[in-house]
Ligand binder design. Structure first.
Ligand code: URA
Ligand code: CA
Length: 432
C-alpha cells in the first residue's frame, strides 16, 4: 500500500476500506507515514467525510494502537459517562456517587483539565488530602467493595489519537464530525466499560455551537459505540449558559454536595437525573427510565448518595470535614458582588467567556504546568430568564487577586439584561 494512493482516494471522495484505514493508522503511529501525508489525509477526510464503516474502522484502529484497559476484575455492568465538555459542569461529581449508591460500579479514570474548564480530578483535589495515586489492585478492590473509585490515567491509551489530535490542532481539521467522534469513542472504548452514556453539550460554551451539528456528532458516536459492541446512548444538553450556579473547583464540589443532598440548582439536578436514569437502565438496575429516576431520587432523599460520596472521599485520603463543611474549600481573600447596572431579565450568560474569566481568576489552566487556585471562582446568582433589579448581585466573585477590574468587565460583557424572560430548554434531544 502507498500512502499517496490512499490520500488520492479520499481526496476524490471514495471510500477507504477497513484494511486501508488499519494500515494507515498503524503506520502513522509507528512513524512510517509522515506528518505531512497524514495532514493531507485529515484535510481530505475533513472535506469529504467518512461513512459509517470508515468511522468504525478508524475508531477501532485507534483503539488497537495502544493499551486497552481490562475492567473484568470488577463485578457488574460498568457504565461510563462522558461529557463533551462545558463550563461549570459538575455532573460527574454528582453522578458517580449517586449511581454507585444503587450498586452500579463506577470505575473512573480521569485526567486534568486544560483551558477554561477544570477536569473532574482538579475539582476533587479541592478536598485537602484527596489523591488518585492508588494501585490498580486497590482501585479494583475499592470499586468492588464500595462501588466507586478514581484513578489517574495510566498506560499507553490510543497513541494514534494523541498523534492525530496534535496534527489536527495545527492543520485546522479539529471540527470534523468523523474525526471528533472517532477520537472520543476510541478513548472510551479503550477504557474498558461495558456501556457508555454520552452528554453532548450544545451552545456557546460547547464544542458544537448548534443543534444540528451536535445531533449529528451524537448520532455518529452512538453508532460507533454500538458498532464496537458497547451499549451507547447520548443526551444533547444545553450549554448556552453555564450549568448550575458554581464555576470554580471548590465551589463546584460544594455545589455537588448540595445537589447530592437534594438542594442543588434546578438545571444541574435535572441533568443529573436525566443522565443518571439512562445509566441505571444501561446498568440493568431498572427496566424503565421512570423507575430509574425514582430510585435515584430515593438515594438523594435518604442520604445514601451523600454517604457514598463521603466514603469515597475518605477512601482516597480526602478530609471528610470538607464534605460536612464545604465552605472550608472556598476561603478567599475577597468575596465581591457584581451589581446589575439595570433592571430587567437576564437574556444571556455567555458560557465560554465566563469560563475564560474564571480561568483568569486562577480556576483553570492556560498551560499544562499552570497551578490551580481551588478556592476561586463565581457563583451565578441569576440565570437566564431570571428577573433582576438594578443594584442586585448578578455574580459573587471569590478572588485571591486584589485587582479584578478586568474580570468584572469580562463578566459585564458576558451578561445581557433585556425585557423578556425566556429560559433555555435544558435537554435538547435523547439519542438511543
Ligand atoms: N475531544 C476529543 O477527545 N477529541 C476531539 O477530537 C475533540 C474533542
Ligand atoms: Ca456548576
Amino acid at each position: 500500500m502507498r500512502t499517496v494512493d490512499l490520500i488520492a482516494k479520499k481526496r476524490d471522495g471514495q471510500v477507504l476500506t477497513t484494511e486501508e484505514i488499519n494500515w494507515l493508522v498503524e503506520n502513522y503511529t509507528n512513524g512510517v507515514v509522515a506528518d505531512y501525508q497524514m495532514s493531507a489525509m485529515l484535510m481530505a477526510i475533513y472535506i469529504n467525510g467518512m461513512n459509517e464503516e470508515e468511522q468504525l474502522a478508524l475508531t477501532k484502529a485507534m483503539v488497537a494502537s495502544g493499551d486497552q484497559i481490562d475492567l473484568s476484575p470488577i463485578k457488574g455492568i460498568k457504565v461510563d459517562k462522558h461529557s463533551t465538555g462545558g463550563v461549570g459542569d459538575t455532573t460527574t461529581l454528582i453522578l458517580g456517587p449517586l449511581v454507585a449508591a444503587l450498586d452500579i460500579p463506577v470505575a473512573k479514570m480521569s485526567g486534568r483539565g486544560l483551558g477554561h474548564t477544570g477536569g473532574t480530578l482538579d475539582k476533587l483535589e479541592s478536598i485537602p488530602g484527596f489523591h488518585i495515586e492508588i494501585s490498580k489492585e486497590q482501585f479494583f478492590d475499592l470499586v468492588n467493595e464500595h462501588k466507586i473509585a478514581i484513578i489517574g490515567q495510566s498506560g499507553n491509551i490510543t497513541p494514534a489519537d494523541k498523534k492525530i489530535y496534535a496534527l489536527r490542532d495545527v492543520t485546522s481539521t479539529v471540527s470534523s464530525i468523523p474525526l471528533i467522534a472517532s477520537s472520543i469513542m476510541s478513548k472510551k472504548i479503550a477504557s474498558g466499560s461495558d456501556a457508555i452514556c454520552l452528554d453532548v453539550k450544545v451552545g456557546d460554551g460547547a464544542f458544537m455551537k448548534d443543534d444540528q451539528a451536535a445531533s449529528e456528532l451524537a448520532k455518529t458516536m452512538v453508532e460507533i459505540g454500538k458498532g464496537a459492541g458497547r451499549n451507547t446512548m447520548a443526551v444533547l444538553s444545553d450549554m448556552s449558559q453555564p450549568l448550575g450556579r458554581a464555576i470554580g473547583n471548590g465551589l463546584e464540589v460544594k455545589e455537588a454536595i448540595e445537589t447530592l443532598k437534594g438542594e442543588g440548582p434546578e438545571d444541574l439536578t435535572e441533568l443529573v437525573l436525566t443522565l443518571g436514569s439512562q445509566m441505571v437502565v444501561l446498568a440493568e438496575k431498572a427496566e424503565t427510565l421512570e423507575e430509574a429516576r425514582e430510585l435515584l431520587i430515593e438515594q438523594i432523599n435518604n442520604g445514601h448518595a451523600l454517604e457514598v460520596f463521603r466514603q469515597f472521599v475518605e477512601h482516597q485520603g480526602g478530609d471528610v470535614s470538607a464534605v460536612d463543611h464545604p465552605e472550608q474549600m472556598i476561603q478567599t481573600k475577597h468575596v465581591i458582588e457584581l451589581p446589575a447596572k439595570t433592571s430587567g431579565y437576564v437574556t444571556r450568560l455567555a458560557a465560554e467567556n465566563i469560563g475564560v474569566a474564571a480561568m483568569k481568576l486562577g480556576a483553570g489552566r492556560a498551560k499544562k504546568e499552570d497551578p490551580i487556585d481551588y478556592a476561586v471562582g463565581f457563583i451565578l446568582n441569576k440565570k437566564v430568564g431570571d428577573a433582576v433589579k438594578e443594584g442586585e448581585s448578578l455574580v459573587t466573585i471569590y478572588s485571591n487577586q486584589d485587582d479584578i477590574t478586568e474580570i468584572e468587565s469580562d463578566l459585564y460583557d458576558s451578561i445581557e439584561i433585556g425585557d423578556v424572560s425566556e429560559k433555555p430548554t435544558l435537554i435538547h434531544q435523547i439519542i438511543v
